[in-house]
Design a protein around this ligand. Structure first.
Ligand code: AMP
Ligand code: ZN
Length: 467
């Protein structure tokens, strides 16, 4: 029985989805103003483990990961570069998929982009205005926190006092607000060059928090099962999402909240603003494999901080090489017919312990310890030539099952066939004809993630493989 800590209740709870057999799961994805750092990927991999383990347990999973492609840094950077925000973010979205695939994360079913969901955000803001949860002031719209008495129920922050400084991600809007705690839902552009959308609310752009409420409810319904993100998002982002969604619908927004602890460097959170970060590309350029990075980032359970060092990454590299060698030796080992009962018992025990560890708040370090113990037992059997045919089949299947969750032995990705590429391109053209630009972008992003570059020309769409 799967249990994990629900930030909302502060307790370890048994997980039961709202609809039997089906899990609706939202993960707050990246802001594509730059390449992702490996701290971001700690969270992305933790979300991948949640997703994969739910599937392992037999659930059908609908996983949504948003891409934040409009916010202050993106606007500033794109203006510096003289590009539209779409042209500016395209490079980082492409890079995101390259890194995501390399690090062995499964693609979420739905990857909505903020800029493609402005009408949904406007609808939600209008609902909040109608219900008294929002107000207009000087061309912008703010959420009225005083209208939502449960504000603070996720973060357990006492809002009686001054909240400034409670988090380094508190909105620092300079505009006119009724109360310092109120946050922007819709912002009037500061100048004519800023990207803005026409709306009954006035020309403007969305605040950061509204996108996740609008997009999660669009794809997963007003009440869904699991919402996850890094620990930095508890306040204010997720607190604000609850206020927006529950304010508008009057229903519970999310049943289980899971927050991933951070990757640290010398005791400080890895972050762009602190300058103490490495992108996946930085560590790959130093010769570390994607498998080692993934192993390192999942070797500590999601609810504990990890400290980054190159030594630890080097250790992970050796471990991953050892595990892959082990599987290769097992696959090539000569066997006698039949089943060795001692080895069979070891496999049965490992299967049970792996599941018990993962059931217990997704404890990946227990899951890895189970695999290491099993390799020791099997190595001894191999050295003594005790491995029998049925054990070999059973053990290889078991490793594959473990790897469906952890993906550390490495599944080689097949190169896309020309016919697969062409059918995706046809699907994209068809989506464009329907004026479904969101879907068309998704297909382009998917192809980009698999190393296929599209070039639109007068004569149609041409493609090439990235070198
Ligand atoms: P951002 O691109 O800043 O919006 O962040 C994308 C995701 O990475 C969010 O879920 C963040 O909470 C998470 N995140 C940011 N920094 C770290 C870190 N040092 N360790 C783990 N997760 C992080
Ligand atoms: Zn979010």
């Amino acid at each position: 029985m799967l249990r994990f800590r629900n930030t909302l209740t502060g307790k370890i709870e048994e997980f039961q989805p709202l609809r039997a057999g089906e899990v609706r799961f939202y993960y707050c994805g990246p802001t594509v103003w730059d390449f992702g750092h490996i701290g971001n990927f700690r969270s992305a991999i933790a979300a991948d483990i949640v997703r994969r383990y739910l599937k392992f347990k037999g659930f059908k999973v609908t996983h949504v990961m948003n891409i934040t492609d409009v916010e202050d840094r993106i606007i500033a950077k794109s203006q510096e570069a003289g590009l539209s925000i779409d042209d500016y973010t395209a490079k980082y979205i492409e890079a995101l998929w390259e890194d995501f695939d390399a690090l062995g994360c499964e693609r979420p079913e739905i990857v909505p982009r903020a800029t493609r969901h402005i009408p949904e955000m406007i609808d939600l803001i209008e609902k909040l205005l109608q219900t008294g949860h929002a107000y207009q002031s000087e061309g912008s719209v703010y959420y009225r926190i005083a209208s939502f008495p449960e504000y603070g129920k996720l973060s357990k922050i006492n809002f009686a006092g001054n909240i400034a400084g409670a988090s380094d991600r508190v909105d620092t809007d300079k505009y006119e607000k009724e109360d310092a705690r109120d946050f922007a839902l819709w912002k009037e552009p500061a100048n004519a060059n800023e990207p803005a959308w026409d709306a009954p609310l006035g020309r403007g752009r969305p605040g950061w928090h509204i996108e996740c409420s609008a997009m999660s409810m669009k794809y997963l319904g007003e009440t869904f099962d699991i919402h996850a993100g890094g620990i930095d998002l508890v306040f204010p982002h997720h607190e604000n999402e609850i206020a927006q969604s529950e304010g508008a619908t009057g229903k519970q927004f999310v049943r289980y909240w899971i927050h991933f602890e951070h990757l640290k460097v010398d005791g400080e959170t890895m972050s762009k603003s602190k300058g103490n970060y490495y992108t996946y590309r930085d560590v790959a350029a130093k010769g570390y494999s994607a498998g080692a990075v993934r192993y390192f980032l999942l070797s500590v359970p999601y609810n504990k901080q990890i400290n980054f060092t190159f030594d630890a990454l080097g250790g992970a590299e050796k471990t991953v090489v050892g595990l892959r060698d082990f599987r290769a030796r097992l696959g090539e080992a000569k066997t006698t017919p039949g089943l060795n009962d001692v080895l069979h018992q070891a496999a049965v025990l490992a299967a049970a312990e792996f599941e018990a560890g993962m059931d217990d708040d997704l404890n990946t370090s227990v899951a890895l310890a189970v695999i290491h113990n099993l390799t020791r037992v099997v190595n001894t059997a191999l050295a003594r030539k005790k491995l029998q045919e049925e054990n070999k089949r059973e053990l290889l299947e078991l490793l594959e099952r473990f790897d469906s969750v952890l993906n550390i032995f490495g599944v080689e990705q097949h190169e896309m066939l020309d016919s697969e590429i062409q059918s995706l391109i046809d699907g994209r053209q068809e989506a464009r004809r329907r004026r479904d630009f969101g879907r068309a972008d998704e297909i382009r992003d998917e192809l980009a993630g698999r190393g296929i570059i599209l070039e639109d020309s007068k004569d149609g769409v041409r493609w090439r493989r990235k070198q």
